[in-house]
Design a protein around this ligand. Structure first.
Ligand SMILES: [Zn+2]
Length: 170
């Protein structure tokens, strides 16, 4: 199957991992499209009064950097947490690039909904998918086993890739 060089890169196990607070849903999806292992507070049960403490504990246990919009939480987290300054997702990603935590790229290697690693989709999965494009030429398809969701370079990737290339600095 054809792979677009700029779109697909292999995931390195030593890379930075993240956990995000509930304010950073869009950034969470972007980081997953960029191939970074990113869990979210949105995956925890709602209404836990000790959620901040729980997030800090998870960050330490799982060697993740906690990204948060909450200055107090960032201060408590010290080296395990980072205050995200902007409300704009592209500026948020730029902050992470500037701090050498991520590199500018789109990998399409993780599901944007659940963070699972994607694998290449098989013909059966593509054919059964109602929203798949009918013309498969120049496309590579990926599959999330958990969400049963199909991705391809161009579904989210192309537009994101253009934004990342146009709007972000190395
Ligand atoms: Zn998924």
């Amino acid at each position: 199957m054809r792979r677009s060089r700029s779109c697909v890169m292999s995931h390195k196990p030593t890379e930075q991992k993240f956990i995000t607070d509930r304010m950073l849903g869009t950034l969470t999806r972007y980081l997953r499209f960029m191939g970074y292992d990113t869990t979210s507070a949105n995956g925890l049960a709602e209404g836990d009064p000790r959620e901040d403490t729980r997030l800090l504990a998870l960050a330490k246990e799982q060697h993740r950097l906690l990204l948060t919009k909450d200055a107090e939480l960032a201060r408590r987290g010290d080296a395990s947490a980072l205050l995200i300054r902007s409300d704009n997702v592209m500026e948020q990603v730029q902050q992470l690039i500037d701090q050498h935590l991520v590199v500018r790229r789109i990998t399409m290697s993780r599901c944007s909904l659940c963070n699972s690693e994607l694998r290449e989709a098989n013909t059966c999965e593509i054919e059964r998918c109602e929203y798949a494009p009918k013309d498969w030429r120049n496309l590579t398809f990926y599959w999330c086993r958990h969400c049963k969701r199909l991705y391809w370079n161009g579904s989210h990737g192309r537009q994101l890739e253009q934004r990342v290339e146009r709007e972000l600095r190395e």
